[in-house]
Design a protein around this ligand. Structure first.
Ligand code: VG1
Ligand code: CO
Length: 544
């Protein structure tokens, strides 16, 4: 089999965003587009000759074709071995688990996560380093600069690999091992949680749960763990088969996109516990009977209850949240006497803190929760953590959350997304806000006085690298906050995310609908930033 050198020219739009490079499938299918990016990844790395790479994806449209291209390029570039999930499948947390368990050089994950899939929808690719986590900015920027200079890439003329048979195959000098995508991950979950207690709960006859895999990658994982290993009733897992187009659905586990599950949680025969995961299995939504747990609260409650869960009972080193995530976790950290770090949006910023042993748990408001067990957020892990808490505390989800609010207070929280707005308007909105941060400090808007307004900048606590322009924060003197940032995962126009939060300790107001409690702040968020003027929109498209 002969190695081929293919001449190419750079594309100017291959800068990785919040989580890798995400584009329309059609963009990736253009001649050389994917190959250019893959070669740029390899060019940005050193020392991988003869080493092992993990590759897998969420099974979306173009997953298999992309895998064949990557396998041939990895062989031509001198990797010794590639491990691939059978069928081309590996959830994002499972890929992280496999990279760590087999101490590989790194991995490539094919996913556009919660974005829709199909020939006219989205595809994505990202590189993870040997710690199992998303490449830090230093590497993603190196990949980007390689992509601006690339003149050729290496590939190999060879027959396609059979992705559906577990075992070893050969591609030139490189071996390809097709592995069971589920077993390593499921074994790890058994180590972390008390499966006996969870099995007892699920088979007690008095407790039911429903898990919506949203036709995406977690189906096989949830079936193996919940139904097989934990004995949950058959049918506990809904939409359990990964489909290339996610059945036409938007695989984003929130109140808008998982609405059938949400509706079933309010029906007469509602299950006790409901959960869902996203396209690539790293997000989670937690529901009780007629009750929704916000991701920020979920992180805080997981931390507050870690002592009940065997894998975490020895104590937490520290915790971290992304900047726009609510401050609920900060209160728990203060009560536990541990550090709480505030990082920019995106899981890559947690990697150093986890590697250095500074934190055990971390999370984001965007339905992402995780721990030091892998270096990605982990949807099913969060669901199992909750199940373990429920098995120990034997209380309804809603009661656990209410007790939490009574003890710590509640950070009433909402996120308003303005999707598909014009990029120029979105950039202009952010620019004028940035320019006005100085003058905003000290200003009063009704009952709200701005204590500090800035563009968030983060200095990594381990390597001192600085990441600037991570979102405009307006912090009020009563603890309320409004945060503005532009999405880095979209593929069409711009998405403005507005995060709105206010602490509440008055017991009579704890239960109020956040859209009611936060009405004044929501109004302020749009007037301060002049959202209508810059975007033409009078209301958000997605509210979570
Ligand atoms: C969004 C979320 C962010 C998350 C990222 C990747 O990014 O806000 O918290 O880390 O998606 O998640 P952005 O830049 O669009 O706000 V996933 O499940 O898409 O890998
Ligand atoms: Co995801």
């Amino acid at each position: 089999m002969e190695i081929q050198t293919i001449n190419t020219t750079p594309f100017d739009d291959q800068r990785p965003g919040t989580s890798g490079l995400r584009k329309k499938v059609k963009v990736f299918q253009a001649p050389h587009y994917l190959a250019n990016f893959v070669q740029s990844i390899f060019n940005a790395l050193e020392g991988y000759q003869g080493k092992t790479l993990v590759v897998g994806g969420d099974g979306r449209y173009y997953n298999r074709e992309a895998l064949q291209i990557i396998l041939k390029m990895a062989a031509a570039n001198g990797f010794g071995k590639v491990m691939v999930g059978c069928g081309g499948i590996l959830s994002t947390p499972a890929a992280s688990c496999v990279i760590r368990k087999y101490k590989t050089f790194g991995g490539i994950i094919l996913s556009a996560s919660h974005n829709p899939g199909g020939p006219d929808d989205d595809f994505g690719i990202k590189y993870n380093t040997c710690n199992g986590g998303p490449a830090p900015e230093k590497i993603t920027e190196a990949i980007y600069s390689q992509s601006r200079e690339i003149a050729e890439y290496l590939t190999m003329e060879a027959a396609d690999i059979d992705l559906d048979t577990i075992g070893m195959q050969q591609l030139g000098n490189m071996s390809v091992e097709i592995i069971d995508p589920v077993s390593d991950y499921a074994d790890m979950m058994e180590q972390l949680f008390d499966f006996d207690a969870m099995r007892a709960l699920l088979t007690s006859g008095t407790f039911t749960m429903r898990f919506d895999a949203m036709n995406a990658v977690t189906g096989p994982y949830a079936q193996e763990i919940l139904e097989k290993r934990l004995g949950a009733a058959a049918g506990t897992v809904l939409r359990g088969e990964p489909l290339a187009d996610f059945g036409g659905a938007h695989p984003d586990p929130n109140l808008v996109h998982a609405k059938e599950l949400v509706a079933s949680m309010s029906s007469n025969d509602a299950p006790d516990f409901g959960a869902a995961s996203d396209g690539d299995g790293d997000r989670n939504m937690i529901l009780g009977r007629d009750f929704y747990v916000t991701p920020s609260d979920s992180l805080a409650i997981i931390a507050a209850n870690a002592a009940h869960v065997s894998g975490y009972a020895q104590g937490l080193a520290g915790v971290a949240r992304s900047m726009p995530t609510s401050q609920a976790i900060d209160r728990v950290a203060a009560a536990l006497g541990i550090d709480c770090y505030e990082t920019p949006t995106g899981w890559k910023f947690f990697g150093n803190l986890l590697d250095a042993g500074k934190i055990t748990l971390c999370g984001e408001e965007s339905f992402g929760t995780g721990s030091n067990h892998v270096r990605e957020k982990d949807g099913l892990w969060a669901v199992l953590f909750w199940l373990n808490i429920l098995a120990v505390r034997k209380q309804p989800v809603a009661d656990i959350v209410h007790e939490h609010w009574q003890q710590y207070g509640r950070d009433v929280y909402t996120r308003h997304d303005y999707e598909g707005i014009a990029t120029e308007g979105a950039n202009a909105l952010m620019q004028q806000l940035r320019a006005r941060t100085g003058e905003l400090s000290g200003q009063s808007f009704g009952d709200y006085t701005v204590e500090l307004a800035d563009d968030f900048s983060y200095t990594d606590a381990v390597d001192n690298s600085v990441s600037s322009n991570q979102g405009i924060r307006i912090l009020f003197d009563n603890g309320a906050r409004i945060v503005y940032r532009l999405s880095g995962t979209g593929t069409e126009g711009a998405t403005l995310r507005v995060y709105i939060e206010q602490p509440e300790t008055n017991p009579d107001k704890l239960e109020q609908d956040p859209q009611v409690s936060l009405a004044e702040l929501i109004r302020l968020s749009s007037t301060i930033a002049e959202i209508e003027k810059f975007t033409g929109r009078t209301a958000a498209d997605v509210i979570t």
